[in-house]
Design a protein. Structure first.
Length: 579
């Protein structure tokens, strides 16, 4: 996901310019001024403060695609199936088991019993179907791709097709039926090999139907720039799930506070697949937004926070040399890319896109800014996934080749391009966007381009503009959500998107058809061949240039234990102890 911010790229979508001051439901008194030094020893209770790169966008999973939102949602909510900690393997979540029909379209989920939502209402099959039917029946503004990015990525369209919304016409989802209190049957319109893994995504977290209705979860609108704004209080003050932590308060720009959920099912039953049968080990979890990398490091060193993500590569030796601190490695499962809107001249000419590709000193950027933890990417998915192709077209830095291609395109260097990068953010695939931009800008200037710099705050401006196709050339990236090629090149290119200009250009039509076929194919060997061919075609058409895969680092105080780094950049804090 992009923030995964964007799981993004990839992506990478935000929809919101929420209330700038504070939004909070609950008493702030007991959390004011709490610091890591006030925690108890031995992993029994206490508080953990985690430094995040930004505030969440909102806390309604289906309406966000950024990582900072998803990180918090992961603590409050649960999905029917989840990823085994530290892996991309699917295991039971709120569903203890499941099976598919012979034709692959009907999926029966057998649900855990005795589970309660944090408002005291029952989790059951009716609640599961309420959530799926809520998503499927979104209308109006909720069909905007900026509002329901992941629903459209996994399931496509909605019950009512609105051609003005930009949403796909067809939907993978057909229906959900509660055949009894603990059995939900989800029926698809066609088989999907990526459906089950897709359900591990936080957007498909199961929420309390009562809370959704009581606090206006479905109230909101999209502005003239395509940015979604909720008007109800559900996603900012009353998110209600079944997870090990429950929402307490949120003061935007300061802190978001979660308390241990005392009624969590994992705390009172034998739970072999969850959190060791204990529920959350700490009493309180606080997320503090600290946008600046150096400030996050300083906050860790001074004890203001217990840990933070997105550690800059150059800061890792400093942390490793401090016996009071520790570094944990997150598996590399991401891609950073320079994206193009291929419908904007002169990028509608493939020769110009090739010229940009040859003009990007990708090796120089990886060598200079990734601290030995990165590798140059040559396609839009990591090498660890099946379907990776070793024989895609490659574009090594060659300024003279760039100039030659521009001349073949009938252009006289220097050729002006508008190049965007985000501010106030650090991503796993892009630790310092400004430095990446400056290096790429310099190499492009050598290659016959006149780079016009543009920048905007990450959320909602930058992500909103990219989602709406307003950026010509831009830096973005994606951290995978689950272990399937459909979560990388499928997310990017299976359907037309404004970001790439493919809603107005037909250059990617054959790739889109191939990716649709690959998602429906159940034979993994055939899927592998399809994705390899798709990667070859993508890197020939060049809707953008992948430039880095990075192994991100997470930093903690030495007395923090139990944190399991996830390849998809999301994990529960329920296993974490301080002391």
């Amino acid at each position: 996901m992009r923030g995964k911010l964007l799981k993004f790229a990839l992506p990478l979508v935000a929809f919101l310019a929420l209330i700038a001051a504070g939004c909070g439901g609950g008493d702030n008194e007991s959390t004011g001024g709490t610091s890591p030094s006030e925690t108890t020893g031995g992993g029994g209770g206490g508080t953990l403060v985690f430094g995040s790169a930004a505030d969440p966008v909102a806390l309604d999973g289906i309406l966000v695609s950024d990582g900072e939102s998803s990180r918090v949602i992961e603590q409050i909510f649960e999905t029917l199936v989840m990823l085994k900690p530290g892996t991309t393997d699917v295991e039971p979540g709120l569903a203890e088991s499941w099976e598919a029909s012979d034709d692959g379209t009907a999926w029966t989920f057998h649900l855990r019993q005795g589970v309660k939502f944090q408002d005291g209402t029952d989790f059951n099959a009716d609640a599961v179907c309420f959530n799926f039917d809520r998503w499927y029946n979104f209308k109006g503004s909720f069909q905007n791709p900026s509002a329901t990015y992941y629903w459209q990525t996994i399931f496509g369209g909605f019950a009512t097709y609105d051609p003005k919304s930009g949403a796909p016409k067809d939907s993978l989802y057909k229906s959900c039926e509660a055949t009894d209190e603990n059995t939900a049957v989800i029926t698809l319109t066609t088989p999907s090999s990526a459906f089950l893994a897709g359900l591990t995504l936080t957007p498909f977290s199961i929420a309390s139907p009562k809370a959704l209705q009581d606090f206006g979860a479905d109230e909101g609108s999209v502005d003239a720039d395509g940015i979604f704004h909720p008007t109800g209080t559900y996603s900012t003050e009353h998110p209600t799930g079944t997870g090990p932590f429950m929402f307490k308060s949120w003061t935007r720009g300061d802190k978001l506070v979660l308390d241990r959920f005392p009624g969590y099912w994992g705390a009172t039953s034998d739970n072999p697949t969850g959190f060791n049968g204990t529920g959350a080990k700490i009493d309180q979890l606080i997320f503090r937004p600290i946008a600046d990398n150096a400030a996050r490091l300083q906050a860790l060193q001074t004890g203001e926070i217990n840990g933070y993500d997105l550690v800059e590569p150059q800061d890792i030796p400093t942390i490793q040399e401090n016996s009071d601190l520790q570094i944990l490695d997150r598996p590399a499962f991401n891609v950073g890319y320079v994206g193009f809107n291929i419908s904007m001249p002169p990028l509608d000419d493939p020769k110009v896109r090739q010229a940009i590709a040859y003009g990007l000193d990708r090796q120089g950027v990886v060598d200079s800014f990734y601290g030995g933890r990165g590798e140059v990417a040559k396609e839009f998915m990591p090498p660890s996934l099946f379907g990776y192709a070793d024989d895609v077209p490659e574009y090594t830095f060659d300024p003279e080749k760039s100039k030659q291609l521009l001349q073949e395109a009938g252009l006289t260097p220097p050729v002006k391009i508008d190049f965007w990068y985000p501010t106030d953010v650090s991503r796993p695939y892009m630790p310092d966007p400004k430095r990446n931009f400056e290096a790429f800008s310099a190499s492009l200037e050598q290659a016959g381009f006149k780079v016009v710099p543009h920048t905007a705050p990450w959320s909602p401006d930058y992500l909103g503009k990219s989602d709406e196709g307003q950026l010509q050339v831009y830096l973005l990236g994606w951290t995978g959500d689950f272990g399937d090629p459909d979560d990388f090149i499928g997310v990017f290119f299976r359907s037309p998107q404004k970001q790439w200009g493919t809603t107005d250009s037909h250059e990617m039509d054959d790739v889109q058809k191939l990716l649709e076929q690959a998602r429906a194919e159940t034979d993994e060997a055939k899927r592998t061949e399809m994705y390899q061919e798709a990667n070859r075609q993508i890197m020939t058409i060049l809707p953008g240039v992948p430039y880095a895969h990075n192994k991100p680092a997470v930093a903690f105080q030495a007395n923090v234990s139990g944190y399991v780094p996830s390849p998809v950049d999301l994990q529960s804090f329920a296993t974490v102890s301080v002391g």
